[in-house]
Design a protein around this ligand. Structure first.
Ligand code: FE2
Length: 389
């Protein structure tokens, strides 16, 4: 039986697509460049002192093009770009980037982004994340200053101020980077005067370039321009500046992020190199972990929860319990409607979501009586549910 590839149809039927129909067959291997001893030393120093370092990945253009095509195709069919992690190439890259950070393990905290100014596509973004640190614990550094948690952010297409790129405040100019922020606003502390804004770094990247940064780097993704980019001008006949390409706008910014951590700081979400079923479960779990960003509809939250909870045994219990399940419950019990989601919720979706959330809470309660942060908020809901049983 032929299966549908569109997210909306899969959401309604619960039947998953044949991923090779969407993504095509896996291609040849994709190698990440290794670092010479000299580059490794300076990269480590920059990461330690400034909180980030930019490195070209050395991956082949054919690999980048395949990743870009796959993300664009997923988005066109309504799927979140993060499902590109179904591809073998993503896990080969993950292992390759691991050679740059030999003290850390890959966690499986992978995300893919498609940013296009003004886009209306579900799971596309008009801008990157607002300013934040990836983790709040300032103590997670090795004695030599190297971070115990780092992200490799790969630009699949160009990432420039025209189409969105990362900006950051380097560690040495950020008072809260190592000491913590307490109850203070880290941005206001780092940028107290007009002159202090001069420390902001634009981390523009060519296709294939990486930004490698620590969990404490204050960073954000910008919003690009909806107008044609003048970077596509060239000198035409008669020495006149002209648009030399048919497409005058900057391309969408497509980027992948791969997280690494010392297990004493954050344990891997999945063990080893996951098989395709585990990748699908992990992609769904990641959508729940970032549910607030996506403002998932109840039907979407339940769909991702059912995908993630098909294989709970493959996940680190802490990740599954405290992040995935808790975020699902928060998403499923959210009261307000969701604008722009791919499935308008109706009363049946509300009932489904509430039932699945209560079931998830009861399962969680049975596994552990320790404090999960949603218990207090939803004790009443559980009690109410028990009365109905
Ligand atoms: Fe981030």
């Amino acid at each position: 039986m032929a299966t549908s590839s569109s997210f909306r149809e899969c959401l309604e039927s619960g039947i998953l697509p044949d991923w090779s129909d969407i993504l095509g067959p896996s291609s040849t291997s994709c190698r990440v460049a290794s670092l010479s001893a000299g580059v490794r030393k300076i990269a480590a120093e920059k990461l330690s002192r400034e909180g980030y370092v930019q490195l070209p990945s050395g991956i082949a253009p054919a690999t980048r093009e395949r990743l870009a095509r796959s993300v664009a195709r997923l988005l066109k069919l309504g799927w979140p770009p993060t499902f590109v992690m179904v591809l073998d190439e993503v896990w080969e890259l993950y292992e390759g980037f691991g050679t740059w950070l030999p003290r850390l393990c890959l966690t499986g905290d992978f995300l893919a982004w498609y940013v296009e100014p003004g886009t209306k596509r579900r799971f596309g973004c008009r801008a990157g994340f607002s300013p934040h640190r990836d983790r709040v614990d300032p103590a997670a550094f090795f004695p030599d200053g190297g971070p115990k948690y780092a992200t490799v952010w790969l630009a699949v297409t160009p990432a420039t101020p025209e189409n969105s790129c990362l900006y950051a405040i380097p560690a040495h100019a950020d008072p809260g980077y190592r000491k913590g922020d307490g109850d203070q606003d880290p941005l206001r502390r780092a940028l107290p005067t007009k002159e202090s804004f001069q420390v902001v770094r634009c981390l523009a990247a060519r296709p294939g370039d990486c930004n490698v940064f620590s969990h404490r780097l204050l960073h954000w993704g910008s919003e690009g321009s909806e107008l044609p980019t003048m970077r596509r001008l060239g000198v035409g006949k008669g020495g006149t500046l002209e648009f030399l390409r048919r497409n005058k706008r900057a391309p969408p910014r497509i980027a992948l992020s791969f997280v690494f951590s010392d297990p004493s700081f954050e344990r891997p979400y999945v063990a080893g190199k996951p098989d395709v079923e585990t990748r699908v479960a992990l992609a769904a779990a990641q959508m729940l972990c970032y549910q607030d960003r996506w403002q998932l509809s109840k039907a979407e939250a339940v769909f991702f929860w059912r995908l993630a909870s098909r294989r709970p045994e493959v996940f680190d219990p802490g990740y599954f319990r405290d992040k995935v399940r808790a975020e699902f419950v928060a998403s499923a019990l959210r009261s307000e409607g969701v604008a722009g989601s791919s499935n308008d919720d109706d009363d049946d979706d509300d009932d489904d979501a509430e039932e699945a959330a209560l079931e998830a809470m009861l399962d969680g309660e049975a596994e552990s009586s320790s404090s999960s942060y949603y218990w207090d908020d939803y004790d009443d809901a559980i009690r109410h549910h028990r009365l109905l049983l």
